[in-house]
Design a binder for this molecule. Structure first.
Ligand code: ZN
Length: 285
């Protein structure tokens, strides 16, 4: 009897140890760093965001954009002048073959322009879509080539390389060089801003974050936007993301946001119109 008891106890210990190992192995597999971008969403795999998905990065602390805007007036902007009922819709991380067309369709339906901060690597992969954004009257701007966390990279040279490679890519497709820049995750510090100014870029942040990267419903996205819009607001949204993200809700939220703001008397303009600054390097000459 005693032997049977000892045997059963041993068996229990061995089984639970095996169980724990099994769970650990699965957990490891689930969090394997490259797991999320291997999932095939479209025929062509979109270049991943080098710095990681938008929602994993928001707890880091670079220099606040409001502080930078005060420190560098006329170079860093979080919003436009408040003396006219004008606002700018902005979309980051595209062009995306699944979601950018959905967003372009809604914008066309309401006949409003927007500003698209494109990743160079994604523009290179989607040149026709990049041309479509441009030909439908929207503004195209620079959001780096690979979407790195520029604060973590911590090197001016990396910024310059990312910006120039994106600009070369966009110039090949569009025939002009853009001059608005937005940092991935909005992460910057003084030295990077000064280099962007040397390169003749305006740095565009935002004052209204739709938080559409949090997988919200169209209603929730519009509730994040509508109550805090003021004249001059720059509204942050996303047409691209990581392969597991779905921007259908962002496109749908525009059907709430655009008519409501128009009803309140707002006019939608591009960022360069809102800020009254040149949109391209040619215009800035
Ligand atoms: Zn981004």
């Amino acid at each position: 009897m005693k032997r049977l008891f000892v045997f059963l106890c041993t068996l229990l210990v061995v089984l639970s140890a095996f169980g724990a190992w099994g769970t650990g192995a699965w957990a490891e597999q689930d969090t394997e760093p490259e797991w999320w971008w291997k999932k095939d969403k479209t025929v062509q795999e979109q270049p991943p965001l080098k710095g990681g998905p938008e929602k994993d990065m928001r707890d880091l602390t670079p220099v606040n954009n409001n502080v930078l805007a005060e420190q560098y007036p006329g170079i860093v902007f979080v919003r436009g002048p408040g003396d006219a009922n004008r606002v700018a819709l902005t979309f980051d991380d595209g062009p995306d073959p699944d979601y950018t067309p959905l967003i372009l369709d809604v914008l066309k339906e309401y006949d409003v322009p927007a500003t698209f901060f494109l990743m160079g690597a994604r523009a290179a992969m989607n040149p026709e879509l990049t041309k479509r954004i441009d030909s439908e009257g929207h503004e195209i701007a620079n959001h780096t080539y690979w979407h790195p966390d520029l604060v973590e990279e911590g090197e001016v040279d990396i910024l310059v390389e990312e910006v120039n490679r994106t600009e070369d890519t966009l110039a090949d497709i569009l025939g002009y060089r853009t001059r608005l820049f937005r940092a991935p995750y909005g992460f910057l510090y003084e030295e990077l801003v000064e280099e962007l100014d040397n390169l003749n870029y305006s740095v565009i942040a935002w004052d209204v974050d739709s938080l559409d990267w949090e997988d919200l419903t169209p209603e929730e996205i519009s509730e994040n936007v509508l109550p805090i819009v003021v004249p001059g607001s720059i509204i942050l949204m996303h047409d691209g993301g990581s392969p597991e993200t779905d921007r259908t809700q962002t496109a749908e939220s525009l059907r709430i946001i655009i008519p409501e703001l128009q009803e309140q008397g707002y006019e939608f303009v591009t960022v360069s119109e809102l800020l009254n600054i040149p949109a391209t390097m040619e215009e800035a000459q």
